[in-house]
Design a protein. Structure first.
Length: 154
């Protein structure tokens, strides 16, 4: 799937969660844990469900890219989760708008390559994904995961 370069008609979220995290491996691990926690709370599904694992994998990849390729000293990255009608949107905003994503997910490296598969995983597991530059200081990489039937919010 070709990534989309903007965030199309997201609509009004039923719920939203935002947090700033340090651009460190610890911040990336925390992003993954927080995303799964929030997702399972919103959708009333178990932590080991396929949907929760998909949210964990996508969040981990987007956060890892933010701390690896989108990091500037002293700048954090932001994790935003939005519960939409039938999807959960995961957004990771970093401080490097000049480092845009490639037009398509890159080809996998050779069998011995240690890195370079993150966007391939996002492309394989997300229903939609893309990148948006909203201002001169940040870039947002987002992905959507379909939810089964989110429970009503109270």
């Amino acid at each position: 799937m070709k990534p989309q370069t903007d965030i199309p008609g997201a609509g009004t979220p039923r719920a939203e969660s935002r947090v700033l995290l340090s651009s460190t491996p610890r911040g990336a691990r925390l992003a993954r844990a927080l995303a799964v926690q929030q997702f399972t709370e919103w959708c009333a599904c178990p932590y080991d469900s396929d949907e929760a694992r998909t949210v964990a994998l996508i969040t981990a990849e987007l956060a890892a890219n933010a701390i690896t390729h989108g990091r500037l000293p002293g700048r954090d990255f932001r994790l935003t989760l939005r519960l939409l009608a039938e999807t959960v949107r995961i957004e990771v905003t970093d401080a490097r708008p000049e480092r845009l994503l490639p037009a398509t997910a890159p080809a996998p490296g050779g069998p011995g390559a240690v890195t370079g598969r993150g966007l391939l995983l996002v492309d394989a597991y997300a229903d939609r994904w893309g990148c948006a530059v909203r201002d001169a200081y940040t870039k947002c990489v987002w992905a959507e995961v379909r939810t089964g039937h989110p429970r009503p919010l109270t």
